[in-house]
Design a protein around this ligand. Sequence first.
Ligand code: HEC
Ligand code: HEC
Length: 531
Amino acid sequence: MILNGYGARLLKRGMTTITGLLLAGGVLAAPISGLDVLKNRCASCHMEKGKLQRISDLRKTPEGWDMTIARMQVWHKVEISKEERRILVKYLADKQGLTPAEAAPYRSLVERRPNLQDVIPKEALGQMCARCHSFGRVALQRRGAEEWKKLVHTHLGQFPSIEYSALGRDRNWKDIALNEVVPELAKLYPASTASWNNWQGKKHVPPTGSWQISGHRPGWGDYAGSMQVNPLGKDRYDVSYKLIYSAGNHVSGHGQSIIYSGYEWRGDATLGNQKVRSVFALSEDGKKLSGRWFLRESDEIGATFEAVPAGNASEPAIVTVFPSLLKTGSEVHLSVHGVQLGKDYDLGPGIKIISVKKINENEVELTVNVADDAAVGLRSLRSKGGAGDVKVAVYRQFDSIRIEPEFGVARLGGGTNSGMSSQFEAVAYLNGPDGLAGNADDIRLGYVSANWSVDNFDESAKAANDVGFAGVMDENGLFIPALAGPNPARKNFNNVGNLSVMAKVADGARTSEAKAHLIVTVQRWNTPPLR
Ligand code: HEC
Ligand code: HEC
């Protein structure tokens, strides 16, 4: 696209908008399609030589397309209604999306997992393209060399400081970007591939029906439950949820979801009284749905999610059991969740099943006795019907405790931004064959409850009394950050902090301790879906 034609296009676009308004004032005809939106809102600037230049030769995730349209609105004053934007994202993600395999390495970014470690294929590429945003933002797009080149030019035009800031001024940024990075990106992430053509040509299985779901919400624990998905047409679905948490609380919910590109599930729902978003991937055979859901206003708070079909014709499966930590010499009630559950269960030698009570098709309660001398470690819960395989952990005493994440990040709130909390969890371990704690052969038993506290991480944090200003730790391991400041009590310092996180876990007469690191840093000023 040629920039000196820009002014003329702006004029043309103005006319299109006026015509658009006139039409909207009259009788609205048939519902608009993605093509209509492209014609009405985008073609004025992008149509050249019978082709939508800059649009036709790219492939992106639904979030990637949505962010580009947002940029068109902010930078190029494109006027487009929310409904048109939704229709266009759907159209473009279906026609020019990513295959499941292409999106797979960067799902965590789309799922907005907190404390994320960026995945960078090569240090040099990371220095060039992952210092302002994640590398995932790059790797979740597909372009030919020409389009990667234009993107570099756009960056230089829009962010001239790209050449002068750190990791830019120490090199000839522009030459390296155009001559080394562009060919590499074109090879790693090409636009036209046989795999995308194949994927697009496939008939995709809809997620309609009932599902058995399970997952883990840090801070709340494991959950199981059901999900009912009914079609609304055009890849949209009405969805109801029923969740049971390991602590015994029930939460139900309802919402709507959409499938992009044949497998990318995005949903909005209210679970209990919380508004949540879901980002799942549907497997090619339609027999697995997995991903993460999170609070719409605080995406660091959320849960993992796995689902398998639960209709009458579905294969039997055990999906989860809680509690999953069994102490030797104790009697335990286990709640088993799954599909077409049978009556016969086996936990191996040393664990006697005393009673089996069927609650319904999807839940069975077992009472088991764990012998004093039962072998410790992980073992499978098996159903004699052959259904599924989930693990329980047998222990006599925990050998050590670790905190997840080992390194957490929280952000101060204030101004127009709500803060970003940081959730920690304590995990119990056995030492493993070498008898030593803290190495690779340790056996991860599972989550345990702990007593939580924070302290200054080092001498300079102590001198500035970070622990007195940065925020508070609640009893469930959730660190809630303070407001940003400026805080006169800190000589106009912000309320940032460098903290240690401590967990104490009581196990019989012994108490195990673990330590992690928490950085409480400044606000995030913008929160795009792909960071
Ligand atoms: C007022 C003119 C104008 C309109 C209308 C417009 N664009 Fe753009 N678009 C631009 C300009 C200028 C660029 C190149 C600079 C840039 O990338 O921002 C661009 C670039 C793009 C790119 C390439 C960005 C990339 O990924 O590198 C895409 C895709 C795009 N536009 C999509 C759209 C869509 C979809 C619409 C309709 C909703 C639209 N544009 C409407 C002016 C416009
Ligand atoms: C100086 C900071 C900076 C560097 C370095 C940088 N980017 Fe960006 N990039 C941005 C910003 C800011 C945006 C978001 C623009 C917006 O949406 O308003 C962006 C957006 C993008 C997008 C999304 C654009 C779209 O419309 O889909 C891609 C893809 C991208 N960058 C790739 C790259 C690549 C490739 C490199 C390395 C050659 C790179 N970036 C280096 C700041 C940077």
